[in-house]
Design a protein around this ligand. Sequence first.
Ligand SMILES: Cc1cc2nc3c(=O)[nH]c(=O)nc-3n(C[C@H](O)[C@H](O)[C@H](O)COP(=O)(O)OP(=O)(O)OC[C@H]3O[C@@H](n4cnc5c(N)ncnc54)[C@H](O)[C@@H]3O)c2cc1C
Length: 474
Amino acid sequence: MPEYNKLNSEIAGKLCAVVGERRFQLGDQVKPDYSHDEMPIYGKFMPEAVCLPETTEEVAQIMRICIENKIPVTVRGTGTGLVGGCVPVHGGIVLSTEKMNKIISYDMNNMVVHIQPGVLLCDLAADALAHGLMYPPDPGEKTATVGGNVSTNAGGMRAVKYGVTRDYVLAMTVVLPSGEVMKLGKTVCKTSSGYSLLHLMVGSEGTLGIITELTLKLIPKPIKDVSLILPFKDIATAIASVPAIKLANLDPQSIEFMERDIVDSSAAFTGNAVFPTVVNGKEAGAYILVTLVGDSEAELTMKMDRLGEVAEQVGAYDVLVVWTDSLKKDVWAARSAFLTVIEAETKLLDEMDVVVPVDRIAEFLVYTHDEAVKQGVYVRSFGHAGDGNLHIYCCSNDLEEDEFKRRVKALMDKCYAKCTEFEGQVSGEHSIGHAKKEYLRQSVGDTAYSLMGAIKNVFDPDGILNPGKVCHDI
Ligand SMILES: Cc1cc2nc3c(=O)[nH]c(=O)nc-3n(C[C@H](O)[C@H](O)[C@H](O)COP(=O)(O)OP(=O)(O)OC[C@H]3O[C@@H](n4cnc5c(N)ncnc54)[C@H](O)[C@@H]3O)c2cc1C
C-alpha cells in the first residue's frame, strides 16, 4: 500500500511557482466541480489543490515535485467521464488540461493534426472540417477533451465505419510519473517496431502517464451523407435488423438504436418531436437510426434503395429519410441529448456500458429489463447497435440512495456475469475508472488483471498517478 503525503504549504508553494497564482487553486479556492465527473453516484472527492499547466514542461515540473513528495496526481480533461476516472479518490492534486487547448498545426500532405490534449472534441471537429478534413471519432459528448477521449479510447456514433479514437492516434508526448518526457509513435502509416507503448497509453485512463501532445490522423471529409430513421414494433425486431443492414454492403457511418420511451422523453425535453411515433397507423416501439455516406447523389440513392429493400425484409414500418440539414441537425441533437434527458428526469442514476456481439444485443437487453423489474429499479437504454455497445441506465426516483445502490449492485452483478457469458466486455467506450474495477477483474480473469497491475507498477512504482483506478488495488 503506497503511503501518500498531504500537501503542505511548502509543496503548495512550489506547485504554485510552476503555474502561477492564476492557474493554481488551493484548499477552499478549489471549485467543487473538480470533485466529481458526470456520474456523481460514484462519490465526490475534493482535491487538495488544482494545477492548470499550459505546457509539457510545466506538467513535467509538477510531476517531479509530486513524485519527490509522494503526492497523488489525477489528470482531468473536462470531467465528462462516466466512471469516476478523473476523480481524486486518494486525495492529492488534480492536474487539469483545460488550459492546454491549442490546435498547434496541420500537416496537409500527411493528413495529420498536432494538438494539445485539452482541445475540445467539438473544436477539433469543426476546425478539421474548415480544413476540408474530418476527424472521424464522434463520441456523444462534444465538450470532452481529445486527451480525455484518447485516455478512455472513446468510441461514439461513427465507430461502426471508422473505428474508435485509438485508430486515429499516430503519436503523442507523454510525461511519466517520474517527470521524464517521452515521445511515442511517429507520423507514419504503419509500424512493426516492438511493443506498442503508444497503444498501451491509449485507454490507460491517466494511470501510466500524462498525455501532453497528440498527433492525430484525419481523413478527407465525406462529400455527401444522409440519415434515415427505421421505426420498428419493438426493440427485439429493431436489433434483429442490424446484421442484415451490415451484410448489405452499405458501409454505414452509424447504426444507432433507441427505445420509444427515451424518444418520447427527448421530444418533451427538447420540444422537438423528430422521431415519428405512429407510422402507417402502427405505434413504433423502437428505432434504428442509420447514416450513409457517399461521393455522389447517385451513390447515396443506390445505397438508400438497397437499405429500403433490407428494411422491408426485416419488418421495419418504413424508411424515413432525414432530407434537410436542419432536420438532420435536430435528429442528431436529439440522439446526443439522450443522457441529458435521462439525467433531467431521474433522481438516482447508474450506468452500464457493456459491449456484446451484435447478435446478442436484444437478448441482453431483455435479460436486463427482466432483472431490473425483479430489483424494483427501471432501466432505459440506447446505444451503438452497429458495434454492440449498449448504454443502459439504471434509474430510480423513489428509493433512498443506499437502497438504490444495493439493488443496482445486485442487478449489475447479474448483468455483467451475463455479459461475460455472452463473450462481451465490461466497457465498450466509457472505461473502468474506479467504478467498474471489480467487474473488470471478474471479466478478464486474475491472470490478465495481475498483468495489468504489473504494467502499472513498471510505469508508476510509487502509485502516485491516478491511484485506485482501472487495475490499481490499494
Ligand atoms: C452526455 C454524454 C455523452 C457521452 N457520450 C460518449 C460516447 O458516445 N462515447 C464515449 O466513448 N464516451 C462518451 N461519454 C463519456 C465521456 O465524454 C468520455 O469518456 C470522454 O472521453 C471523457 O473526456 P474528458 O475530457 O471529459 O475526460 P475526463 O472525464 O476529465 O477524464 C477521463 C479519464 O481520462 C484521463 N485523462 C484525461 N486527460 C488526460 C491526459 N491528457 N493524459 C492522461 N490521462 C488523461 C483522466 O485521468 C480520466 O481517467 C459521454 C459522456 C456524456 C456526459
